[in-house]
Design a protein around this ligand. Structure first.
Ligand code: FRU
Length: 470
């Protein structure tokens, strides 16, 4: 086996180099566009990030087009940072706008929080997602409120039913409190800051990648608070990704209260999930794609000198549950990669060929455990669902990952997508999700399923990326 066996079959990854946040997600005239933070020259030190670009018509076969937005102007010299896409106009005038942050670090002895950094918000218009117009700077640090540090980034833009434009920006204030700026505009060009949204109690020093999600008329603020390690549920991670449900009837354009911090819910309980972005596709579905990586993690994502680092999650369809929880399910298009069905035997061991599988276990009753290669366990025990790299395993398979848990009263179903070096676990209809990288080295996947007569099915998954990364 070579490290090629860790290449993805249905997760977007960089051809070579570094990938982080998904950017500019949209569907335009049938084509899904997924941009992402991209540094093709990684691991060369200091290589600035731009936007890589992948497209698909079916969410399973992707083409990677290399670098789309390059950090090639003085306003983004140290990176064309994260941002979003908006569809505008109608008929022949219909086109896309990309909003993103230009990151500049002045040479010198600076803390790059209060001094030495610039964060501009830029706009690029595009007729089709491929051809990119000229760059325009819309906002600079002097346009943000005086209580902001120089960390203001990651625009998320939407247009409301009245035609008013709205922008969220993630921010760090001078007291090291994370918060979100709300801006409005008549045309999406000239912007005014209208409000700052704070949590009711300090909740991290910086909020990255804010997003507005509307499901069945209910609005959520998604964001990535940094500086969270002291919260017991953060598993010691500095940064986390989750969402706040807004009160009934509220929207981010008018919301003028403090956000109840305790209503925050993690998107994903695994080791590798950050900076998600959502968009509405042409079917009206709300899809989420996250970065399967973390800004600061004590574990490895490119072992054995792998020439590429990180991938994105599969597209996840979001639905609102009666209690306000957002369920996440793999886009049904993934079923299109099912090849032959494989035998998955309960209370026994099944040897599956390769490491691309879709495992669907339903009707679960206590107890339940699913073990992959005797190394990665998904266990329901003591009121928790746990994802664990076992002590039996070779230390290298988890590359430093250990164990993550989420409290859960009952477990009814588990779906596991295994794609070479990525695993995504969806439990209880997608109310609980775990994403993790792993680095198995065998050419079979040995699945041990312990449970009381659950319905268990498994499919070998095809390689949707075969022409893309071969
Ligand atoms: C989140 C983030 C964003 C920023 C981008 C830079 O992972 O730090 O805030 O725009 O990554 O790559």
């Amino acid at each position: 086996m070579t490290t090629d066996c860790w290449r993805m079959g249905f997760h977007i990854m960089p051809p070579t180099g570094w990938l982080n946040d998904p950017n500019g997600l949209c569907q335009f005239h049938g084509i899904y566009h997924v941009f992402h933070q991209y540094s093709p020259d990684w691991p060369a030190p200091g290589a600035p990030r731009g936007w890589g670009h992948a497209t698909s018509r079916d969410l399973i076969h992707w083409e990677h087009h290399g670098m789309a937005i390059r950090p090639d102007t003085p306003d983004e010299a140290q990176g064309s940072y994260s941002g979003c896409a908006v569809r505008v106009g109608t008929g022949a005038d219909e086109h896309l706008r990309f909003y993103y942050t230009g990151n500049v670090k002045e040479p010198g002895d600076f803390d790059y929080i209060h001094t030495g950094r610039r964060a501009a918000q830029l706009l690029i218009e595009s007729p089709d997602g491929f051809e990119l117009g000229e760059k325009r700077v819309l906002l600079r640090n002097e346009d943000y409120p005086a209580n902001c540090t120089l960390h203001v980034r990651d625009p998320k833009v939407w247009v409301d039913a009245d035609g008013t434009w709205w922008m969220l920006l993630g921010a760090r204030d001078v007291d090291d409190c994370g918060m979100v700026l709300v801006l409005s505009s008549a045309d999406g060009i000239a912007w005014t800051v209208v409000r700052e949204i704070y949590p009711c109690a300090p909740f991290g020093f910086m909020w990255e990648c804010p997003d507005r999600i509307e499901l069945d008329g209910h609005v959520y603020l998604s964001c990535c608070p940094q500086g969270m390690a002291a919260f017991p549920w953060a598993s010691g991670m500095r940064d986390v990704a989750g969402y706040f449900p807004l009160p009934e009837g509220a929207d981010l354009s008018t919301f003028d209260q403090a956000i109840p911090a305790e209503s925050f819910r993690l998107w994903d309980h695994g080791f590798d999930f950050y900076a998600p972005q959502t968009f509405t596709d042409e079917q009206g579905r709300t899809l989420l794609i996250g970065w399967m990586g973390m800004p600061e993690a004590p574990y490895e994502s490119a072992p054995d000198n792998l020439s590429w680092c990180h991938c994105l999650t599969v597209p996840r369809v979001l639905t609102r549950q009666a209690d306000g929880v957002i369920a996440q399910a793999p886009a049904p298009e993934l079923d299109g990669l099912h090849e032959q069905e494989e035998a998955l035997v309960a209370n026994d061991t099944s040897v599956l060929s390769g490491h691309r599988h879709d495992l669907v276990i339903e009707g679960i009753d206590d107890p339940f455990s699913l073990t992959l290669d005797d190394e990665l366990e998904i266990v329901f025990e003591d009121g928790s669902l746990t994802l664990r790299f076992t002590a039996r395993g070779t230390a290298s398979i988890g590359a430093g990952r250990t164990e993550r848990s989420c409290a859960v009263e009952n477990l009814s179903d588990v779906r596991v997508l295994v794609d070479s070096s990525a695993v995504e676990v969806f439990a209880n209809g997608g109310r609980i999700v775990f994403a993790t990288r792993w680095f198995p080295c065998a050419d079979t996947c040995i699945v041990r399923l312990v449970g009381s007569t659950p319905s268990a099915r498994a499919w070998r998954m095809g390689d949707g990326m075969r022409g893309t990364y071969a």
